[in-house]
Design a protein around this ligand. Structure first.
Ligand code: NAD
Length: 478
């Protein structure tokens, strides 16, 4: 099967697509083969200065643009994304590896996010406080200013839209640096904004050497907000840079999703749901279910059922409609997973499925299940970000809650139980930004998405995502 990666990569600055002109480049690879398929131009310091100046101009114009007009552009962008969805999904698979069904799902969700933000941007209401006649106190919410956004490669379409849509809905301009590894999807998204009529200076898209780009953009007094999706260590480094100009921050960082499975769950349904979700996007999902704590009474049946379903998964090129899981996104990930699996088995974990690269070339790693994983294993403490399920057992509710809250992460957590009293208790007691009870779906356009503790702060999506791009001002008139 042949599929072409036919997108023209470039930097999008002040409404122009830029490439060549002596800029450094790097290859965008196909994870299914490991081969290069296009050269991506990297921004110079002069490019970034140009992007900053454009974003400043864009902010002045965009904040003065009527909200209805801003909404119409977001809605039109959603339409274009849907119309071009098959092409964009193909590019995403060719550069990120995920199966086509997932890439198409990402397009649909990104379009829904745009529709939500188009509508929600019209509802940025302030307040009028009660005062004596003839006087007024007003509470106004105004756009924070130009945003610098950085996002990861795991959802190459949706992550970009999740950054741009709330910024634009709030009246901010933006410079986004998506992952260089998945540049084509981002370029196609920016083309939708451009063709929907977004004025050139309002959104810039740059690629480069990540550390150089973030230092440059965050040192500028033009940038008033940092929005980052990626790993905890990079997030902490960027927060330190942001502190120098006291800019606002939204940090969507890693997780280590605990899954508490109680004796009273619907076992077959729970297993079907969890196995499908665990290996989605080859496990490279910040809210992935990661460590499965299963109550004693069903532990053995859970482990056997999980392993059997996992062994039945078909792994292959994401462009092949028979594949249920594609390769990992880059060469770093399978090596990292191999190390974590080797470390866990050396600490006594039992390998029930997978455990190896799979011998297909490219960046593949087999869906893997480890049982009886001790807390001393690195994988029980570090985010694996890959197709490995870690199983261990618990006895009481108190033990399960203590284990769920043991790590410094606090992004997603999942519980499976039919007991209503326990559902309420778990929803209160678990330290996480998002909790799924008998469900793995945590992401909806109208619902806040974000973490606590080391997993970050601030929410994306929902009205909270727009609020994160607004400053509050009180005006008292006598
Ligand atoms: P990484 O931390 O090096 O990179 C993650 C993302 O941040 C990439 O897109 C990268 O381009 C960007 N980045 C890296 N350094 C940067 C800098 N100095 N300034 C601005 N952006 C920068 O890790 P990786 O090897 O690409 O991915 C592995 C880890 O990343 C995983 O263990 C996982 O924790 C994390 N991750 C998290 C998410 C998420 O949704 N929270 C997504 C992808 C990766």
């Amino acid at each position: 099967m042949t599929a072409t990666y036919d997108t023209k990569l470039g930097l999008y600055i002040a409404g122009e697509w830029l490439s060549g002109d002596g800029r450094d480049t790097r290859d965008v690879l196909n994870p299914a083969t490991g081969g290069g398929q296009a050269a991506l131009p990297l921004a110079s310091a002069a490019d970034l200065d140009r992007a900053l100046e454009a974003t400043q101009r864009g902010f002045v114009a965009w904040r003065a643009t009527p909200p209805e007009k801003r909404a119409a552009i977001l809605t039109r962008t959603a339409q274009l994304l849907r119309e071009r969805g098959d092409n964009i999904a193909r590019i995403a698979t060719l550069e990120q590896g995920k199966i086509q069904a997932e890439a198409k799902g990402e397009v649909a969700f990104a379009a829904a996010l745009l529709d939500f933000h188009a509508a929600e941007g019209l509802r940025v209401y302030g307040r009028v406080l009660p005062r004596p006649s003839g006087t007024r106190s007003l509470v106004l919410h105004q756009p924070v200013g130009p945003v610098a956004a950085f996002c990861a490669w795991n959802f190459p379409i949706m992550n970009v839209v999740r950054k741009i849509a709330p910024a634009l809905a709030a009246g901010c301009s933006i410079i986004i640096k998506p992952s260089e590894e998945t540049a084509g999807s981002a370029v196609e998204v920016l083309k939708c904004f451009q063709d929907a009529g977004l004025p050139g200076d309002v959104a810039q898209c740059v690629f480069g050497v990540p550390d150089m780009v973030s230092r440059h953009l965050l040192a500028s007094p033009i940038t008033r907000k940092l929005s980052f999706t990626g790993s905890v260590p990079v997030g902490k480094a960027l927060m330190k840079l942001a502190a120098d100009t006291m800019m606002r921050t939204t940090m969507e960082l890693g997780g280590h999703g605990p899954v508490l499975v109680f004796d009273d769950c619907d076992l077959d349904k729970t297993l079907d749901t969890l196995v499908a979700h665990k290996f989605r996007n080859a496990g490279q999902v910040c809210v992935a279910p990661t460590r499965f704590h299963v109550q004693d009474g069903i532990y053995d049946r859970f482990a056997a059922g999980f392993a059997e379903r996992t062994r039945g998964l078909k792994v292959g090129d994401g462009m092949d409609s028979a594949s249920q899981m594609g390769p990992m996104a880059n060469a770093r990930r399978p090596d990292a997973i191999a190390e974590l699996v080797g470390d866990a088995t050396s600490h006594g974990a039992k390998l029930l499925a997978g455990g190896d690269y799979g011998g297909q070339g490219g960046f593949f790693f087999q869906p893997t299940v480890l049982s009886d994983v001790p807390l001393s294993a690195r994988a029980m403490n570090e985010e694996p970000f890959g197709p490995v399920a870690l199983l261990s057992r618990f006895g009481s509710d108190e033990d399960a809650i203590a284990e769920a809250n043991r790590l410094p992460f606090g992004l997603a957590a999942y519980c499976f139980t039919e007991n209503g009293r326990r559902q309420n208790l778990l929803g209160d007691a678990i330290e996480a930004g998002m909790i799924g009870i008998n469900t793995v779906r945590l992401s909806y356009p109208d619902s806040p998405f974000g973490g606590v503790k080391d997993s970050g702060h601030g929410s994306e999506d929902g009205p909270e995502g727009i609020a994160a791009h607004l400053v509050t001002k009180a005006v008292h008139i006598s």
